[in-house]
Ligand binder design. Structure first.
Ligand SMILES: CC(C)(COP(=O)(O)OP(=O)(O)OC[C@H]1O[C@@H](n2cnc3c(N)ncnc32)[C@H](O)[C@@H]1OP(=O)(O)O)[C@@H](O)C(=O)NCCC(=O)NCCS
Length: 207
């Protein structure tokens, strides 16, 4: 059991989620090849605190790290597979700041699958799960300036831009500015969030 904001969340079993087209599930060692294919593309890692992969062992290590984060209750990262074939094409998830019920959200998709509405579909459910099941109060995204795809996605989902964090994170050999976006539970709850209500019928929590 993991404690988030005084609420016991049963996290001994990894929570699988499904949407109309996607299966969100834990990454396992046999996904290494598919995970490697995502991060071997420079376009995918360009706006990420992750070096472009050049060795499949980096994918194996990433999967192992995400498993241990989950076991420690520090984060939850789903692999995104198309329901049709269960092959991993991306990932999405949270890093938790438990004392303030906050989830830092991150996401990526293999280059051939961009701009087909896939991450919108995945995030709608992950956000809903974050507020309703994990009992998060705030979902935050930190975006490198210039990542227009990520900004467009967050804006479409109702996130508000809060400001520029100057020299906030050191990666790829330099300090990077990050733009902070957030969605609060009260705003999410107050809005009709038509996109969610419509989709909820299609969403089924497996675990
Ligand atoms: C960000 C990313 C996950 C978007 O996934 P996606 O499935 O292509 O996004 P969607 O198709 O659901 O698009 C949602 C909205 O985002 C915006 N958007 C997506 N891709 C865009 C692009 N290349 N250029 C401009 N806007 C874009 C649009 O507003 C779009 O809505 P619309 O199609 O109704 O106009 C994908 O580009 C990616 O993996 N990028 C590399 C990893 C990354 O940068 N992650 C985020 C780190 S903060």
């Amino acid at each position: 059991m993991t404690m988030i904001n005084q609420i016991q969340i049963p996290m001994t079993t990894f929570p699988e989620l499904v949407t109309a087209n996607l299966h969100l599930r834990e990454l396992v060692p046999t996904d290494a090849e598919a995970v490697y294919r995502i991060y071997v593309e420079e376009e995918v890692t360009r706006f990420y605190d992750l070096d472009t992969f050049d060795d499949i062992r980096q994918a194996t290590e990433l999967i192992r790290r995400q498993r241990s984060r989950f076991e420690r209750g520090e984060g939850l990262r789903w692999g995104i597979a198309q329901r049709a074939n269960n092959v991993i094409i991306g990932s999405v998830g949270y890093v938790f700041s438990q004392h303030n019920a906050q989830g830092g959200i991150g996401y990526d998709l293999a280059r051939p699958y961009w701009r087909k509405g896939i991450m919108t579909e995945a995030l709608r459910l992950v956000i809903h799960y974050g507020f309703s099941s994990l009992k998060l109060n705030r979902i935050q995204a930190l975006v490198i300036p210039g990542n227009s795809a990520s900004v467009g996605l967050l804006t479409k989902l109702g996130f508000e831009e809060e400001g520029l964090l100057r020299d906030y994170a050191f990666f790829k050999g330099r300090y990077n500015d990050l733009i902070c976006y957030a969605l609060l539970k009260r705003d999410y709850g107050a809005s009709d969030y038509a996109l969610l209500k419509g989709d909820e019928k299609q969403h089924k929590k497996v675990v």
